[in-house]
Design a protein around this ligand. Structure first.
Ligand SMILES: *Cc1c(COP(=O)(O)O)cnc(C)c1O
Length: 234
């Protein structure tokens, strides 16, 4: 039986495919991260039954609890603000940490990955709109951070992630997505990030603006509300 979550997923997959084809991108280069924060594990099971295996979580305790209930084929991307003292759990339960934005955090993650004998994929979170209320390294400081984080042998920097400032329309987020891509290409031309054809990742776009993000080169879109509905309060 198809559930609401199943129907929503079907709709978003169709929309990803349509958008990709419209801008001459292979649809399989765009991965959907289903953001399940604040929803019970049963919502993840529901999505999993409809073929979704990649989820995004923001809160480390909640993510750990869910991780323990999930099967091994489910992957979690950590997409919330991460404190260094939670780095150990995050390193253990995540297949990717999308929100590395400072050296201290990278150092802690690398140390725990050495202990766990794990290679961890990470993204550098960039505060592309220089929004004082948002985490992320400033665009002008990104090259320096990437250069230092590259030294950590157990962390693999796959690309960049951003949360643009809140705007009135999806179209207004376009310049922020363009800037993130420009920055990523510049760093990849300096061999600081993977080349585009070698899987450079750009995590950008949420429920309201993921089609704009795909048009501007997103390879990971993080969609919550459009799959699971309105989030329950904390
Ligand atoms: C909650 C969250 C999302 C999902 O937002 P929706 O608008 O519900 O799609 C995406 N990215 C991050 C970093 C989030 O915290």
């Amino acid at each position: 039986m198809t559930t609401t979550i199943g129907t929503n997923l079907e709709h978003i997959r169709q929309s990803i495919t349509n958008t990709a084809i419209r801008c001459n991108r292979p649809p399989e280069n765009i991965r959907l991260v289903a953001v399940s924060k604040r929803f019970p594990t049963s919502a993840i099971f529901d999505a999993q039954k409809h073929g979704q295996l990649l989820f995004g979580e923001n809160y480390i305790q909640e993510a750990e609890k869910k991780h323990n209930e999930l099967s091994n084929d489910v992957q979690l991307h950590f997409i919330g603000h991460l404190q260094s003292n939670k780095a150990k759990t995050a390193a253990k339960i995540s297949s990717m940490i999308e929100t590395v934005d400072r050296l201290k955090l990278a150092k802690a993650l690398n140390r725990h990955c050495v202990d766990l004998n794990k290679n961890l994929d990470i993204l550098i979170q960039v505060n592309i709109g220089k929004d004082p209320n948002k985490s992320g390294v400033l665009p002008e400081d990104t090259e320096q951070l990437v250069t230092k984080v590259k030294e950590f042998k157990n962390l693999q920097i796959r690309g960049l992630m951003t949360i643009p400032p809140i705007t009135n329309s999806p179209e207004e987020t376009r310049p922020f997505f363009q800037h993130l891509k420009e920055l990523a290409i510049r760093l990849s031309n300096k061999d600081l990030l993977p080349q585009e054809e070698k899987g450079l990742e750009l995590s950008m776009g949420m429920s309201s603006d993921y089609t704009v993000a795909i048009e501007e080169g997103a390879t990971l879109i993080r969609v919550g509300t459009a799959i699971f509905g309105q989030r329950p309060p904390l």
